[in-house]
Design a protein around this ligand. Structure first.
Ligand SMILES: [Zn+2]
Length: 242
């Protein structure tokens, strides 16, 4: 096979392998973001529960104040009752007392309800905190794993860069420029195999003359339809591809 063609096939494989790292890196980072999102979702839930408690405490304080006011009022009513002279005055005071007692009952019930709510929210916070701890433990392990994976990817990438550098340094500038020009639009399919007499870049059938040239492999042959560089795979490569 033509030496330049051989080098181009090798170069395109290296470029393809280098580009293949990107989705692996993104996948690793997405995994990390997912765990971090899980963490902050639980943190937000805990904050909300704490807000609920603050709110309930505030309402409870207002009810306490109200209860004190009602007690004072009942106290005052008692004194007024002792001094009341007419039937009408006594009846009016009794009515006020009834209303105040009703309000007192209601305020006490409300406080009980709020206290129960606070207890429930506190228990929920404990559960959420345990959940958060478990998630953080899991994410610490995962982070370590992902960092290892990213380091591994980086190492493989550097090795490929080195290999590419070595290859490029001995290649013809003209051939490289030619390859780069096709690669600009064809990306990782600048150099493609021919299978069943079809270009594996545009999937169009190539004519017999071009096919014969590809089989010979003495020159660099371009697909007559799309312009990609064509080559004939070894049988082993073909088997792997299928
Ligand atoms: Zn083509």
């Amino acid at each position: 096979m033509n030496k330049h063609l051989e080098e181009l096939i090798e170069l395109s494989k290296i470029d393809k392998a280098i580009d293949a790292f990107e989705p692996r890196i993104q996948e690793a980072r997405a995994k990390l973001a997912e765990v971090e999102e899980q963490e902050s979702a639980v943190e937000r839930e805990i904050l909300q529960l704490e807000e609920d408690i603050k709110d309930a405490e505030l309402k409870k304080a207002k009810n306490d104040l109200h209860i004190q006011e009602l007690i004072d009022k009942l106290e005052a009513n008692k004194k007024k009752g002792a001094e009341a002279k007419t039937e009408k005055e006594i009846k009016a005071l009794q009515l006020e007392e009834e209303i105040a007692k009703e309000q007192l009952d209601f305020a006490n019930e409300e406080i009980e309800r709020l206290e129960n709510l606070i207890e429930t929210r506190k228990a929920e916070i404990e559960t959420k905190k345990a959940e958060l701890e478990a998630i953080m433990e899991k994410s610490a392990l995962l982070k370590e794993e992902i960092e290892k994976e990213l380091a591994e990817i980086e190492k493989e990438k550097q090795e490929l860069f080195k290999k590419k550098q070595e290859l490029v340094s001995k290649m013809s500038q003209k051939i490289l420029a030619f390859y780069d020009k096709i690669r600009r639009w064809a990306k990782n399919t600048a150099v493609v195999p021919v299978r069943k007499q079809a270009c594996m870049g545009c999937f169009m059938k190539i004519n017999d003359k071009t096919y014969a040239e590809v089989i010979k492999g003495e020159e660099i042959t371009n697909c007559p339809h799309c312009g990609r560089i064509l080559y004939l795979e070894t049988e082993k490569e073909e088997a792997n591809a299928e």
